[in-house]
Ligand binder design. Structure first.
Ligand code: HEM
Length: 399
């Protein structure tokens, strides 16, 4: 059986890492379905920065039917369109690379976290996914975008559907693609209604800003606003949750680590960085297409071929990272692929880092004697956006 198949098998979800050594034996592998899988750090980084690699699925040789009703968001576009839309979005997120922009959200994040953890008092068992790791990022992204949180049950299921059907799957490819498009379309309709309302009566939120901004470089069309909002809403729902849950799981398995982090809260900064390397929420990036023949590590990827980047395998590549399978808080340099690289480097990275740092530190500080109830915990189905579905812990109290 090919190694990727073993990794995609739900039985491997709790520990896909044991297969990564075999996966990296060939840096570039041609799979039966014509996909090229890239598994080593250096090769992945080279391709992330190669303009001959496209993120636009419409360039696929065997283009699976593209739904004309869905305008691609900038994660699925190449420069210059990508850059124009990313820059217009960044305007409302704050200046590029300005940590003060997300820093201003710190008090709100801390308030939300405090309320979620206060709610655990008076009990002795909690599911840290449903009760903390999920609600926090959702509240933050809803507040930023200006999406009413009361509508959350409506789009939660749709966001899940879009990501669970994504990635280098095996069976029912067409059916999954149809399900993904249907969920994406419904989410778009919901956000189109909101965008129109914000265009008519702007508020101080990002959706209003995206609808009304007209600068020298122009603005976004409503379709562009909607696809951007879908992207941000999904990214805000499906990734940080896994970083927080993977983090608590890692710490609860290592009492020495938990103790160190409790004694020195500043260590949460390298800890979150190491989590992004060691237990990355995004394990594969599967949306790339070669625009030209590209020869890498002795293999030629032909123009039009789909390319999958095994980010999680790259971040544990012993050719790049010493003792990669150890969680090590004291790495002098931590270069990982947790947020991708090149022009599509994660837009939400500063936000996700800050959310994870705050909530993990508060959980570590406030939960008295937390213990895992099940190890491994049950996992969400996706091998691409990977994380526990539940993380049930017992504890002696909340301080
Ligand atoms: C892109 C990871 C949180 C918004 C990416 C990519 C990765 C990633 C690996 C690159 C995808 C590619 O190259 O095709 C993560 C992780 C997160 C996280 C691990 C949490 C721990 C967020 C949040 C937001 C966000 C909270 C929203 C505010 C985006 C956007 C892109 C992106 C808009 C596309 C950027 C572009 O195409 O230029 N993310 N992300 N992400 N992420 Fe995140």
């Amino acid at each position: 059986m090919d190694v990727l198949k073993q990794i995609l098998d739900p039985a491997a979800r709790a520990d896909p890492y044991r297969f990564f050594g075999a996966l990296r034996e060939s840096p570039v592998v041609l799979r039966d379905d014509g996909t090229y899988l890239v598994t080593t750090y250096r090769e992945i980084v080279a391709l992330l920065h190669d303009p001959r690699i496209s993120s636009d699925r419409r360039n696929l040789r065997s283009a699976t039917a593209h739904d004309p009703d869905l305008h691609p968001s900038f994660i699925g576009l190449d420069p210059p369109e990508h850059d124009r839309l990313r820059a217009l979005t960044m305007r409302h997120f704050g200046p590029p690379h300005a940590p003060e922009t997300v820093e201003r959200l710190r008090p709100k994040m801390l308030d939300l976290t405090t309320a979620l953890i206060d709610a655990l008092a008076g009990k002795s068992r909690a599911d840290l996914v449903d009760e903390v790791a999920y609600p926090l990022p959702v509240s933050v992204i809803c507040a930023l975008l200006g999406v009413p949180e009361e509508d959350e049950p409506r789009f939660h299921a749709l966001a899940d559907e879009v990501v669970e059907t994504l990635g280098p799957g095996e069976e029912d490819r067409e059916e999954r693609e149809r399900a993904r498009q249907a969920a994406g379309l419904e989410l778009s309709r919901y956000l189109a209604g909101l965008a129109e309302a914000r265009g008519r009566e702007p508020r101080g939120d990002m959706l209003s800003g995206l609808m009304t901004h007209r600068g020298p470089e122009g603005g976004m069309t409503q379709d562009e606003v909607v696809s951007t909002a879908v992207l941000l809403l999904i990214a805000g729902h499906e990734t940080t949750i896994n970083l927080i849950a993977n983090g608590m799981l890692t710490f609860l398995r290592r009492p020495d680590l938990l103790r160190r982090l409790r004694d020195d809260p500043a260590l949460i900064i390298p800890a979150v960085e190491e989590l992004l390397r060691y237990e990355p929420p995004v394990q594969f990036v599967s949306s790339r297409v070669a625009l030209d023949d590209i020869t890498i590590a002795g293999t030629t990827i032909p123009a039009g071929a789909p390319v999958v980047l095994a980010m999680a395998a790259g971040s544990r590549d012993p050719g790049h990272v010493p003792h990669p399978d150890d969680f090590d808080l004291d790495r002098p340099r931590n270069e990982h692929l947790g947020f991708g690289g090149g022009v599509h480097y994660c837009f939400g990275a500063p936000l996700a880092r800050l959310e994870a740092q705050i909530v993990l530190n508060e959980l570590i500080r406030r939960l008295d004697n937390p213990r895992l109830v099940a190890d491994p915990p049950p996992y969400r189905p996706s091998a691409v956006l990977r994380g526990p579905r539940h993380l049930v812990v017992d504890y002696d109290g909340v301080v």
